[in-house]
Structures are given as structure tokens and as C-alpha cells.
Design a protein around this ligand. Structure first.
Ligand SMILES: Nc1nc2c(ncn2[C@@H]2O[C@H](COP(=O)(O)OP(=O)(O)OP(=O)(O)O)[C@@H](O)[C@H]2O)c(=O)[nH]1
Ligand SMILES: [Mg+2]
Length: 308
């Protein structure tokens, strides 16, 4: 299947391609597809994280509606930390999508984070790269449990961190040293009134303590009520503002290049362990070079490990 086939075949074709990608991650056809997708990035990639129940999925629905209202196409990946649910991942259940299933401009895919607790499995990156070549926006939702918040940094151009009013999330935010992670902080459930205002002040205080520095970008802390669809437009604008800043001076390309190199090293480590990383030697990528071809080459050289 080629990118053109997927673009022509719509959501059904994309679903088939993603299934192939999961079943045969190392097949030459898969690598070729990912390679071409990597060379044609189209979407801005937004990562959304935050504690369980903070309102990520509801916000995802509101954001999708916001982007679709502007005529933009949206691909979503909801990463399910399967260990959180009894009986494994309830795929598709977490998203509770309220959008029109007939709309070809929205595609949502749940994925289980098999490899690490709450982490973004290698497949998430492959799916993201494929969807990035097809949609205007790609949104990745992942539950922040422990240190896994940082994982979303490895796949997204703009990272949103969600904080719930009255939950102590903002305190956690300070203690856990996660203030450097987000490009935009969202105080969810803003319809909760005073508690939301306080949460925002707390987060601003935490950011003021030296956190939140991103290359001249001042991290906005926005109050959003997904339930009432309030503040969603401002959030969409803030994301666009961050994207515009990244587009200057080749920053976006540099950030994506660094992500690709980090992913490659992680993938080699997962397959061949630390010893594999050592034997692989130089894991840097040439500008614009796809990590997928490189991984395939390295895997052939290092010998396929049963863990792969
Ligand atoms: N009052 C209010 N409640 C909200 C809002 N957004 C979400 N909720 C509620 O908060 C609860 C959790 O929302 P979800 O969107 O499922 O939260 P989540 O972060 O995706 O949860 P997990 O996927 O389990 O981590 C649900 O009961 C929602 O109805 C909001 O804007 N206002
Ligand atoms: Mg959710």
C-alpha cells in the first residue's frame, strides 16, 4: 500500500495500513510506506497528557470539533496504558467519540502502550508518522502516570498538559518537575469556577519558578471547559501560535530530527539491548533521513532478536 492508495482509500484504507504496520512492522513494504510518509510531513502534531480523569478525552472531542469547524482534517491516536484496565485495553472505549462517524476528515485510533507503562510504544511513532502525512492535525492523547508524561515529548511538536481544578495537580506539577514539559497548560473543567481560577494561578506560580522555558516561547495557561465548549478556540489559537514559532528558523525540522534520532536509539535498545546500541555505533541520522530505513538496516546487521 502506498501513501496515495491510503489518501484515495480514505479511513478504511488507513485502518488497513495501520493494521499491516502492527502485524508486519519490519516488512519491506511497511518500511517503504513509513519512509515515504516521513518524507512528506503535513500535520502539526499535538500531544496531550495529564493525569487519569482530568478530561483529556472530552477535550479531544472539543478540539476535534474546533479544528473541523475550521475545515482542518484531524487524525487522533489515543494511547491506552493497558495495565490500568482490568482485562487489558478496552480499545476504542476510552475515547467516547462524539463526532460524526461518517466524517472522512476525522480518524481516531486507540493503541495499547504495550512496551512500557503509559509509555508510547514504537508503534505509536510509526502510526503518528503515517497519519502526519495524511491529516492537517494529528492529536496524540496519553495518560500521564508517573514519569510517562515525558514520553509524549518524543512524538509531538506541541505538548499540552492538562491540570484538573481542585485536584492538587498543580502542586504535583511543581513537585514532579514536569513544568518544563508542556508548551501549553490547560486547566480543564473551567466550569468549576473558583477552583479553576486557583489552579491556573498555582500553575502560573509553578511556571514562574524557572519552569516552562522553551526557546523564547511563553507557556500559556488556559482555562477550558470542554463540557461547555468554552476556551477551545483560544486553545486552538495558542497551538497555532506555538506552531508558527516552531516554523521559524528551522526549529520544527530540528525538533523532529532530534525525535527521530531518539526514537531510533530507543528502538535499537528495545530490540537488541544496551549491547545492541553499543554495537550499532553512530545512531545519528542525516538531515531528513528516515529512522525506519535505518532501523531496518541496523536490524539486519545486528541480527533479529526474539524480543522484536
Ligand atoms: N464539569 C466538567 N466535567 C468534565 C469536563 N471535561 C470532562 N469532564 C468529566 O470528567 C470526567 C473524565 O473525563 P475524560 O475526558 O474521560 O478524562 P480523561 O482524562 O480522558 O480520563 P482517562 O482517559 O481515564 O485518563 C468525565 O466524567 C467527564 O464528563 C468539563 O469541561 N467540565
Ligand atoms: Mg481518556
Amino acid at each position: 500500500m502506498t501513501l496515495d492508495d491510503i489518501r484515495a482509500g480514505g479511513k478504511a484504507a488507513l485502518a488497513r495500513a495501520l493494521a499491516e504496520l502492527e502485524r508486519f512492522p519490519d516488512a519491506p513494504a511497511t518500511v517503504a510506506l513509513l519512509d515515504s510518509a516521513y518524507a512528506e510531513p503535513r500535520a502539526h502534531v499535538v500531544g496531550m497528557t495529564g493525569p487519569p480523569g482530568v478530561g483529556k478525552s472530552t477535550l479531544m472531542n472539543a478540539l476535534i470539533a474546533g479544528w473541523r469547524g475550521q475545515g482542518r482534517t484531524v487524525g487522533c491516536i489515543a494511547v491506552d496504558p493497558s495495565s490500568r484496565r482490568s482485562g487489558g485495553a478496552l480499545l476504542g472505549d476510552r475515547t467516547r467519540l462524539t463526532t460524526d462517524p461518517e466524517d472522512q476528515g476525522i480518524f481516531v485510533r486507540s493503541m495499547a502502550a504495550r512496551d512500557r507503562l503509559g509509555g508510547l510504544a514504537g508503534l505509536t511513532v510509526s502510526a503518528m508518522v503515517l497519519m502526519r502525512a495524511i491529516f492537517d492535525v494529528v492529536l496524540i492523547e496519553t495518560v500521564g502516570v508517573g514519569q510517562s508524561e515525558t514520553d509524549v515529548v518524543g512524538v509531538a511538536d506541541t505538548v499540552l498538559f492538562c491540570v484538573q481544578p481542585g485536584s492538587g495537580d498543580s502542586l504535583q506539577f511543581m513537585k514532579a518537575g514536569i513544568a518544563e514539559i508542556p508548551h501549553v497548560v490547560v486547566v480543564t473543567k473551567a466550569d468549576m469556577g473558583a477552583a479553576a481560577v486557583r489552579a491556573r494561578a498555582d500553575v502560573l506560580g509553578a511556571l514562574g519558578l524557572g519552569g516552562g522555558a522553551h526557546d523564547g516561547w511563553e507557556v500559556p495557561v488556559l482555562m477550558v471547559s470542554s463540557a461547555r465548549r468554552e476556551g477551545v478556540e483560544a486553545l486552538v489559537s495558542a497551538i497555532d501560535g506555538h506552531a508558527a514559532g516552531l516554523a521559524e528558523g528551522g526549529r520544527l525540522a530540528a525538533a523532529r530530527h532530534a525525535q527521530a534520532e531518539a526514537w531510533l536509539e530507543e528502538a535499537v535498545r528495545e530490540r537488541f539491548g544496551r549491547e545492541g546500541v553499543r554495537r550499532a555505533g553512530d545512531l545519528s541520522l542525516k538531515a531528513g533521513a528516515s529512522p525506519f530505513v535505518r532501523l531496518a538496516e541496523l536490524s539486519a546487521r545486528l541480527g533479529f532478536d526474539s524480543k522484536g
